[in-house]
Design a protein around this ligand. Structure first.
Ligand SMILES: [Zn+2]
Length: 259
């Protein structure tokens, strides 16, 4: 407790703490009056440290939550919200090469580069996880990044044709085109219709014109991806020095920690 008195006592008053024993009250001048702190000084110091630690822990939790929210908004699923390049444990030379290619690509984009990237390989080889690690890495540099499944992008655009009051097709495409990095996952899960191919081209071409990088993830090989997105979109991707990272190994799922 703190109270205020008009004049100092002749001798300091004392108290007894159950834990720390006898102690003297502390007095502090405040104008012509005095503050009296009559609590145990050791207890007061311990309480202050405890409060500081709790404050720091709370700030850290809030920062962590803010980072995770940003990652979720960028399309990173909960499974990979903590994914980083360190989460990917390379056990073969091929895996080490894929990892170092992805790290180099993220650095390239962070440095303002705009080359495209195709990540191609079987299900469960770690493509999406490494792509999320890239997204997480670039979000930390303040870039506007998004990862989305091709099917979801197409569905969102088609939905905009039906619903009123939501974003229009033009707005959705403009947003995708203006992102600092767009990662399109699950390319070629099904052969696109002519309309879908047009939408894909519009997005990829828009980004090409704006000199912004795009990453494609697919279970298909190069020819399969060309079939899935159409020749024109595929050519656009290659025109800005597109690189292909091959994930040529069996499923790693269940063998790896994912974060
Ligand atoms: Zn005490």
């Amino acid at each position: 407790m703190t109270r205020i008195i008009d004049c100092m006592p002749l001798a300091p008053e004392t108290g007894v703490c159950a834990e720390h024993g006898a102690y003297q009250f502390r007095y502090q001048a405040m104008g012509s009056r005095f503050y009296v702190a009559d609590t145990c000084p050791q207890c007061a110091a311990a309480l202050k440290i405890k409060e500081q630690n709790e404050d720091a822990a709370r700030r850290q939790r809030e920062e962590q939550a803010r980072v995770e929210r940003k990652r979720c908004e960028a399309g990173v699923g909960l499974r990979y919200v903590q994914a980083s390049f360190e989460s990917f444990i390379a056990e073969t030379n091929e895996q080490a090469k894929a990892l170092s290619d992805c790290v180099a690509y993220a650095e390239h984009i962070a440095a303002g580069g705009h080359a495209n990237l195709v990540m191609s390989g079987q299900v469960g080889t770690g493509k999406t996880m490494l792509a999320c690690a890239m997204v997480n890495r670039l979000l930390a540099t303040g870039r506007r990044v998004r990862i989305a499944k091709l099917g979801d992008i197409v569905r969102t655009i088609k939905d905009s044709w039906q619903k009123t009051g939501c974003k229009t097709e033009t707005e959705i495409i403009r947003e995708l085109v203006q992102l600092d990095l767009l990662v399109i996952d699950e390319v070629g899960q099904q052969r696109g219709t002519e309309t879908e191919l047009l939408l894909i081209f519009e997005i990829i071409d828009g980004r090409y014109q704006a000199m912004l990088p795009t990453v494609l993830i697919s279970n298909l090989d190069k020819d399969g991806i060309r079939d899935a997105i159409g020749d024109r979109a595929f050519d656009r991707l290659r025109q800005d020095g597109g690189k292909l990272v091959a994930f040529n190994w069996g499923s790693m799922r269940g063998l790896r920690r994912t974060a």
